[in-house]
Design a protein around this ligand. Structure first.
Ligand code: GAP
Length: 437
């Protein structure tokens, strides 16, 4: 079983800043409240995480279709979903120093962790985590809107639209990737908990009697997805929720957890939501949200199994899992041992010299590879330094174009983890790499 490695946190956060994965948002103004921007390599990696999820959850399945629903939504949606009344955290204020805390996260509920005063807290007040705004030029009632705190409700309110247009029959799923917003009281641990983040969620609609079996199926499938994309199985676990942890809509939930530098933390929740959401929206909207099963001659409200993951949080877990320091040729190196589908770049083309006789054909090779996968091109500094730079951002294959390449029509491919080198004909490079990934 993996153990927490506290030193890893700073190592990864520093690497993210140094190499352009993640920057604090509005940094030139001193940063802005736990928000982050994804830099040139971070945006590639985040897209790869989302693409890998979409590929296995939508592209490779005939029983799941995609959706991209709006972020702004009217209060009725959140009234029906229960978020207006239930999506709250209990807050207390210290009367001595004025600091505000989440009551349920205090080590000692009677002592202020900021100033140490005892019995100085106000009564707990329920604080709703949704961001509220107004849509349109006229303020007031009727203009109220919320930024979605989860993508899931977009799938429920579109259940009939999707079912009618695709003719899918349960079991079938609707999947979505997109931004969600929560006014978290205690954001932190880098991009682990932020107020703006990305989710990858799928609502799988099933006949009621099949719910338990599909819940087990999705727990297994989702655990396997992380392992298939290179995560150390020892650093992963599936943890069923205790009764008192369950959300207001769920009869059973398990979390996929990862061993973060501070201990186990949630990556994804797989929940059996029953028929709660479709029934709530049917009742509040007055529109039937059910399914007529012609074969069984019955009408029923499907039950829902929901695997709900965080894209930004998962990216951070992949970075932490992949971070290694080792020694190559008596030199310390930092290397991200990322799966080739997750690494920002699949390959980097490195001409041995900046001279036009090499850079011309090397750029031609770059253009060829870039048509297949994300490819970097780097001709600055000596080749050893360039290998180190690519190791640090996790590029699995470096392709070196040297003076011999002009004669023998071949290049050297260096593998990141083993640093083993192989000579391959230029025409065969794309196929060789595609074969490896
Ligand atoms: N529709 C169900 C739902 O939203 P959740 O457990 O609240 O369930 C799913 O969220 C996933 O979204 C979490 O497992 C986590 O990976 C991610 N997530 C939730 N809140 C987050 C936050 N404040 N910052 C980053 N990721 C977050």
């Amino acid at each position: 079983m993996a153990e927490a490695r506290p030193e890893l946190f700073d190592q990864v956060v520093n690497l993210c800043k140094r190499r352009g994965f993640v920057f604090p948002s509005a940094e030139i103004y001193g940063g802005f409240r736990s928000t982050y921007d994804y830099g040139p390599v971070g945006v590639l990696m985040l897209r790869n995480v989302k693409d890998a999820w979409w590929r296995s959850m939508v592209q490779m399945r005939h029983d799941v279709v995609g959706l991209d629903a709006s972020i702004l939504s009217p209060p009725q949606v959140w009234e029906a979903s229960g978020h207006l009344s239930n999506f709250t955290d209990p807050l207390v204020d210290c009367k001595e120093c004025g600091q505000r805390f989440r009551e349920d996260t205090l080590d000692d509920p009677n002592t202020c962790p900021n100033c140490g005063t005892k019995n100085s807290f106000t009564e707990a007040r329920e604080f709703n985590l949704m961001f509220k705004t107004e849509a349109g030029p006229v303020a007031g009632k009727g203009a109220e809107a919320y930024l979605r705190p989860e993508t899931a409700q977009g799938m429920f309110v579109n259940f009939s639209n999707v079912q009618n247009t695709t003719r899918k029959k349960p079991p079938f799923g609707i999947a979505q990737i997109g931004k969600s917003f929560r006014n978290e009281i205690t954001p932190g641990n880098f991009v682990f908990r932020t107020r703006e983040f990305e989710q990858m969620e799928m609502e799988y609609f099933v006949p009621p009697e099949e719910a338990d079996q599909w819940y087990e199926y999705w727990c297994d499938a989702r655990m396997q997805w992380y392992v298939d994309h290179g995560m150390n199985p020892e650093a992963l676990r599936l943890r069923p929720h205790d009764e008192d942890e369950l959300s207001h809509y769920s009869s059973s939930t398990s979390d996929v957890e990862f061993m973060f530098p501070w201990g186990w933390g949630e990556l994804e929740g797989i929940a059996n939501r029953g028929d709660y959401d479709l029934k709530q929206h049917a009742e509040h909207s007055g529109k039937a949200l059910d399914f007529f099963d012609q074969a069984g001659e019955r009408r029923y409200v499907p039950h829902v199994i929901e695997p709900a993951a965080g894209a930004t949080r998962t990216m951070m877990a992949f970075l932490m899992d992949a971070y290694h320091e080792d020694v190559v040729n008596d030199e310390k190196r930092t290397v991200l041992k990322l799966h080739p589908r997750i690494a920002p770049y699949t390959a980097a083309v490195l001409p041995l010299s900046k001279k036009a006789e090499l850079s011309g054909p090397a750029q031609k090779l770059f253009a060829d590879l870039a048509g297949h996968f994300n490819t970097d091109y780097d001709e600055t500094q000596n080749i050893g330094k360039r290998y180190r730079r690519q190791d640090e951002i996790g590029t699995p294959f470096c392709v070196t174009f040297d003076f011999d390449s002009l004669e023998d029509g071949a290049v050297t491919i260096r593998e990141r983890d083993t640093t083993a080198q192989e000579r391959i004909s230029i025409e065969g490079v794309a196929a060789w790499i595609n074969d490896k990934i």
